[in-house]
Design a protein around this ligand. Structure first.
Ligand SMILES: Nc1nc2c(c(=O)[nH]1)N[C@H]1C(S)=C(S)[C@@H](COP(=O)(O)OP(=O)(O)OC[C@H]3O[C@@H](n4cnc5c(=O)[nH]c(N)nc54)[C@H](O)[C@@H]3O)O[C@H]1N2
Ligand SMILES: Nc1nc2c(c(=O)[nH]1)N[C@H]1C(S)=C(S)[C@@H](COP(=O)(O)OP(=O)(O)OC[C@H]3O[C@@H](n4cnc5c(=O)[nH]c(N)nc54)[C@H](O)[C@@H]3O)O[C@H]1N2
Ligand SMILES: [Mo]
Length: 776
């Protein structure tokens, strides 16, 4: 381990970058001699990095002080440089940003944006990714618990073989006593390993197979499927677009690559209507009209927009008459949502609503994009989002250039796997569907997806339905009311987590912990951009004993008894199977031969394919809904016992409910920041400096009435819990509303969020609760 013997430098560094001093003062195994020895080799990585961080010249490298701690990060600056390519996983976005890596002596000494790659340049997180790769706190050895779950973990290192044989005996034992569905297979935010996990779950025979998308994109998948007949979550403005509706997305922070394309569209003259309770950079750079609504009132606002498109005769009558179902009912339903009434409910001025409808209706084709979550984290999402998806249909902007095109794609799912690789035919033929634990709670979800809605897994554990779990990249703080999740993890007979780090808030409750390899160290899965497929090659060998997620999952599958179907853990063979299962006639060798990306030749999709039967699987004209029309009134919902109309309902806890007397502020959580991803990256020195402590944003009016000043320590609390944070007083949020990011383990806002789920999508109300803030 490195140690600096220059105290002045240490002080400068601490001050400038808020480095956790413990990281740099760990002297456990270093003598000054070793330090000098290492320093003579001119540590390329640390030298350059420190120079950038504190504005010193790169000669600091010779002082023997290095920002990447473990010796594994040091390379001789005279060694030959090899350039290799990868893609980043610091935010688990799909698709990923390209990385160009400079490698010396098997160590990555520099990363930069990959040239000629669809996603670039790198953001703050990508630039800081080497600090994660070479973080001395990374988990690098398989571990098993030696003390009671729920206490601070005391681990014993074990071998991979020991780990796999324990996992196999525990999971097979639960299966033999309670059935395969008693074992849950779960992937958190990491999206890359999902295909492999689904395959292993299906081989094992468990329908309890879920992901973090239970709180993320799946609400949009479900609601767009109900309206359009297939999952189409929106489309960015293209050359032909005249306007664009952004229903709560802040790509300036959450998807920077996408944001630059939107700025270009603005430059081309595309008119933007942006719905968001906050004044975000997206709002201020793009919006011609900003509809700044009260969180949770989206259903009323969407009804208002529809009302105005109809009232002002701005809708596409021909498309509506021929290709939609339920228009007259919808029209009657929205009649009461006049601009004045909508203003009362949503706090959006009536004239802005009228103007927004004009902009959209008079500038078609209109593109449409929305958040996978910002607006979705409310109990009304299954309804309000259908109203929102109805807007592009009313505008006649479906399956036309510049609107939302229905494109066939290459046959991959959103995470570069395929239904066939995931063994969907087996899922169907072996009756998994009827055994699902979520079937009663969320029948619409269960009907439309093959993944379990995981929000109620704590209940399934307490009912004895789930007794063991494989938890890949799982964060107990992601669901509402965290202690309930932690207890559920603890109460299971056996749980194994797979992660980059030991995270006490989750891993203090599991039995075993396995080290995962980072993007630089792994191969699977592919990156897919339109009709181009990239194969990733590992840039370096995994650190310590870490292994890549696909390998770990397939090795678990092999240990469980499915060696052949899991390719004995061989990732290359698995990827070859994935690519073959697309039916595109490509093999892994074809991808290997195309390091700049393999282009699948495909004819550009034609417009208005619904007319000549090119959208439906059965070849009939129309869309993939039961009525073959765009469904303003959902026949599937009616069949499942719901109202088919997109009815607006207030959140359980809203400004008019009795709790609001004590807790008058709206608890709006989870808006993204460019330098953190969920609970991750908070301890990386380069990123931590942006926001070293948890912060709640509040409007000056709310701050003043509570005697709170910018920077004050405050308590944020409600009937369920309390956290301590710093106040940031800003006009970015509207009066009466708070704005706080989730994922701070020292101030976990999910102690305050509640478990009243949308019955259609299962989504929790993470953006619409109630709370109060007081000075400490
Ligand atoms: N840097 C970074 N990027 C990320 C992530 C990250 O953690 N960090 N996470 C990734 C993931 S998993 C996701 S899901 C996406 C999310 O990406 P975005 O959806 O862009 O992220 P948010 O900022 O959470 O939400 C968008 C907007 O929704 C608004 N909003 C909040 N409540 C409501 C409401 O009730 N109604 C309406 N209409 N709007 C509301 C917020 O003010 C916010 O500006 O970001 C992805 N990108
Ligand atoms: N209050 C509130 N709660 C929210 C949200 C909100 O807006 N407000 N947003 C919700 C949404 S949209 C989402 S997507 C979820 C976030 O989903 P989470 O699953 O909570 O995401 P993270 O906090 O990133 O935790 C992921 C864990 O996986 C580990 N990890 C990261 N990458 C890998 C990998 O490649 N392999 C392995 N094995 N492990 C890895 C990380 O170290 C971390 O421990 O949170 C949800 N919860
Ligand atoms: Mo998400």
């Amino acid at each position: 381990m490195m140690k600096t013997n220059n105290n002045d430098l240490h002080t400068i560094y601490d001050k400038e970058t808020h480095v956790d001093s413990q990281v740099f003062s760990d002297t456990s195994s270093t003598t000054d001699n070793e330090t000098r020895d290492l320093s003579r080799r001119k540590f390329v990585v640390g030298a350059a990095a420190l120079g950038t961080a504190v504005g010193l010249s790169s000669t600091v490298g010779s002082w023997g002080f290095n920002i990447f701690h473990p010796e594994e990060a040091f390379a001789d600056s005279n060694a030959p440089i090899e350039v290799k390519y990868s893609y980043c996983d610091m935010c688990n976005h799909v698709p990923k940003c390209g990385l160009k890596c400079h490698v010396q002596e098997g160590k990555i000494v520099r990363v930069e944006s990959r040239e000629n790659y669809p996603n670039s340049p790198l953001c703050a997180k990508g630039i800081a990714s080497l600090q994660e790769l070479y973080d001395p706190n990374r988990l690098l050895v398989p571990k098993i618990r030696t003390n009671a779950k729920g206490e601070k973990s005391v681990w014993k290192d074990i071998s991979w073989d020991e780990a796999y044989s324990t996992i196999a005996s525990k999971l097979n034992s639960v299966k033999s006593r309670f059935g395969a569905d008693a074992v849950m297979f779960y992937c958190g935010d990491p999206k890359e390993p999902r295909g492999a996990m689904q395959r292993v779950a299906t081989l094992f025979g468990s329908s309890s197979n879920g992901t973090e998308s239970s709180l993320c994109s799946t609400a949009s998948v479900i609601t767009s499927t109900l309206v359009y007949g297939q999952s189409i979550m929106g489309a960015d403005p293209g050359e032909a677009s005249k306007s664009c509706l952004i229903w709560s997305l802040n790509p300036a922070w959450s998807q920077p690559n996408r944001f630059s394309a939107l700025l270009n569209a603005k430059e081309r003259g595309v008119k933007f209507v942006v719905v968001d309770p906050r004044v975000t950079p997206t709002v201020s750079s793009l919006a011609d009209v900003h509809l700044q609504l009260r969180p949770g009132s989206d259903g009323a606002l969407a009804a208002g927009v529809i009302n105005q498109l109809i009232e002002q005769n701005l809708y596409d009558k021909e498309f509506v008459d021929n290709w939609t179902y339920g228009f007259e009912e919808l029209k009657a339903y929205v009649a009461e949502y006049t601009p004045e009434k909508v203003e009362e409910i949503t706090w959006v001025p009536a004239e802005k609503l009228i103007e927004a409808a004009k902009i959209l209706g008079m500038n078609t084709p209109s593109a449409f994009i929305t958040s996978a979550k910002g607006a979705c984290h409310q109990k009304n999402v299954g309804n309000f989002q259908r109203a929102v998806y109805s807007i592009p249909a009313l505008l006649g902007s479906l399956d036309v250039a510049g609107g939302i095109m229905f494109s066939p794609g290459l046959g991959f799912d959103g995470f570069a796997s395929t239904p066939s690789f995931q063994l969907e035919p087996k899922y169907v033929s072996d009756g998994f569907q009827s055994r699902r634990h979520d079937l009663k709670d969320f029948p619409v979800w269960a009907r439309l997806t093959k993944l379990m809605q995981t929000v109620r897994f704590p209940e399934y554990v307490s009912e004895g339905k789930i007794r063991a779990a494989v938890l890949l990249g799982t964060n107990a703080m992601m669901w509402p009311n965290t202690p309930i999740t932690q207890k559920a993890i603890k109460d299971m007979e056996f749980t194994v987590a797979i992660d980059y780090y030991e995270r006490s808030w989750t891993h203090d409750y599991v039995d075993m912990l396995l080290p995962a390899a980072m993007c630089y160290e792994r191969m699977a899965p592919f990156a897919i951009f339109g009709n181009k497929i990239y194969l990733r090659q590992p840039v370096i060998k995994p650190m310590g004993q870490a292994r890549e997620d696909w390998q770990i999952i397939l090795e678990i599958g092999s240990a469980l008894g499915y060696k052949e179907q899991c390719f004995s853990g061989n990732v290359e063979k698995a990827l070859d199977e994935v690519i073959k299962s697309t039916g595109l006639g490509i093999t892994l060798d074809d991808l290997k031969a195309a390091p700049e990306g393999y282009v699948v030749q495909q004819a550009a999709p034609s417009q208005r394919k619904y007319i000549d039967g090119k959208i439906r699987r059965d070849g009939l004209p129309g869309f993939n809904t039961p009525t073959r029309k765009i469904e303003f009134v959902s026949t599937i919902l009616e069949e499942e016992g719901f109202n088919g109309l997109p009815i607006f309902e207030e959140p359980t806890y809203n400004p008019s409910s009795p709790e609001a007397k004590q807790y008058p502020l709206i608890l709006n959580t989870g808006s993204r920041l460019p330098f953190f991803t969920h609970s991750k990256l908070r301890d990386l020195p380069w990123l931590k400096q942006f926001m070293p402590e948890p912060v709640v944003r509040m409007n000056p009016i709310d701050a003043e009435s509570r005697g709170i000043k910018d920077g004050d320590d405050v308590r944020m609390f409600n009937f369920q819990g309390e956290i301590r944070v710093k106040a940031e007083v800003t006009n970015m949020v509207m009066p009466g509303v708070t704005d706080i990011m989730h994922g701070w383990h020292q101030a976990d806002v999910n102690l305050l969020t509640t478990r009243d789920f949308d019955p259609i999508t299962g989504f929790p109300p993470l953006s619409t609760g109630l709370c109060e803030i007081a000075k400490v």
